[in-house]
Ligand binder design. Structure first.
Ligand code: NAD
Ligand code: ZN
Length: 406
């Protein structure tokens, strides 16, 4: 038993590294813990000593004050760790295993988990289907941007890496398996990307870049990434993507220059509700329906739009009254007229993480390079959050116990 340092939300724009309790096999009361989850017994859990835990665009929505996240919420849903304690009901996970943890918390026992829909597990969040570590309205599971974290239903949830030394050697790649790589890949799969597809991905943040790498892995003929951040577009270009500056003019025109036609076979929204409008100056103000509406315009009839970008039911910081309750001004008729399909929601990480792990271990994909993963100490998390918020073309990986720097 030891103490536990962790990254906590302290109010809009502020995170701090604080002391919290070492985990136990019971969910105790704390910031954001759903009353119905307090005292929940977790004999099926394991305690991990964190090897790597990443800062995500999803964390930024909370840290920017765009959600109802409570002060002192411990953040972190992208977790890789070494098993240091196992609960009495755990059968197949062993002390010393190095494991990736899907950001979705799921029970493996409900009707959704049984059909692979682990992003909408019915048994872990009393508020609504679906849950995650360290996230507002997700049941109150303590976040993993910490030295130690508890993972419930461990036999079901964790993905064990086959070899410890190899895992530590490739840790900057493998750390993406807890969220962004499966999430980006899911975006590409649900957009229908296959061999020879032309693909547009909105957003060159880590999820968009992972979607681009995923689309390449699926055999896309051309992957075009759009953003208004030039450093991030350069990052996309660095591994073979075409790029579109959405501030520089119409996406259709830019697509036509690249492809000869103003449309693509498949499109992915890796932006979400904090989307900026297209164009310069005032046009680039936040406009939450921008990406969804533009993807309906540019996806060819009969195509699909993968939407890993996050949309919310409540946004206290929204520009207009409708968006404050999650209502967006969608030109849905465009999508209907073109028979488009839409795939939304949390990525069911478990559906993809094993295959993507194999692709990493066998050098079929260079995901750490694609997203520019960089490790920093846990104590420097506030700097990581600030730089990421300012648009750095970097995926920040926290290294709470020195496994990566060692
Ligand atoms: P991020 O904030 O780093 O990246 C978003 C990017 O979108 C930024 O680079 C921004 O400049 C760009 N952008 C804004 N408006 C745009 C526009 N109109 N067109 C093109 N680009 C635009 O976030 P991230 O970590 O890459 O995550 C992306 C989204 O995916 C977030 O909404 C996040 O919450 C969500 N997410 C969802 C899941 C899931 O399971 N569905 C998992 C992880 C993250
Ligand atoms: Zn994430």
């Amino acid at each position: 038993m030891s103490g536990n340092r962790a990254v906590a939300y302290k109010g809009p724009g502020v995170v701090e590294v604080i002391d919290i309790d070492y985990p136990t096999f019971e969910l105790k009361d704390g910031p954001g813990v759903n009353p119905a989850n307090i005292g929940r017994k977790l004999p099926h859990g394991v305690i991990l000593r964190t090897v790597a835990t990443n800062i995500c665009g999803s964390d930024q929505h909370m840290v920017r004050g765009r959600t109802t996240a409570p002060i002192d919420l411990v953040l972190g849903h992208e977790i890789t760790g070494e098993v240091v304690e196992i609960g009495p009901d755990v059968e197949f996970v062993e002390i010393g295993d190095i494991v990736s943890v899907p950001f979705n918390i799921s029970c493996g026992r409900c009707r959704n988990c049984k059909t692979g829909k682990t992003g909408i597990c019915l048994n872990v969040n009393p508020d609504r289907p679906g849950s995650a570590y360290g996230y507002v309205d997700m049941g109150g599971w303590v976040g993993g941007q910490a030295e130690y974290v508890l993972v419930p239903y461990a036999d079901w949830n964790v993905l064990k890496f086959p070899d410890r030394d190899q895992a530590l050697e490739k840790i900057l790649d493998l750390t993406t398996l807890s969220d962004i790589f499966p999430t980006g890949f899911h975006g590409a799969v649900t957009a229908g990307v296959t061999v020879g597809s032309t693909v547009y991905i909105a957003g060159a943040g880590p999820v968009g870049l992972a979607a681009a790498a995923g689309a390449q892995l699926l055999g896309a003929a051309v992957v075009i990434v759009g953003d208004l951040n030039n450093d991030r577009l350069a990052q996309a270009h660095s591994f073979g993507c075409e790029t579109i500056d959405v501030g520089a003019g119409s996406i259709e025109d830019q697509l036509e220059q690249l492809l000869g036609v103003p449309e693509v076979d498949a499109a992915v929204d890796a932006v979400g509700f904090e989307a900026r409008g297209h164009g310069h100056g005032a046009a680039a103000q936040e406009a939450p329906a921008t990406v969804l509406n533009s993807l309906m315009e540019i996806t060819s009839a009969g195509g699909s739009i993968g939407i890993p970008g996050l949309y919310v039911t409540g946004d206290p910081g929204a520009a207009d009254a409708a968006a404050k309750t999650g209502s967006l001004s969608l030109s849905f008729g465009t999508g209907w007229a073109k028979s488009l399909s839409f795939a939304t929601g949390q990525c069911p990480v478990m559906k993809y993480n094993r295959q993507l792990m194999q692709a990493i271990l066998h050098d079929k994909v260079q995901i750490a390079k694609a997203v520019n993963a960089a490790a920093i100490p846990l104590e420097e998390a506030p700097r990581g959050y600030a730089e990421f918020d300012a648009g750095a073309a970097t995926k920040y990986v926290l290294d709470p116990n020195g496994y990566i720097t060692a």
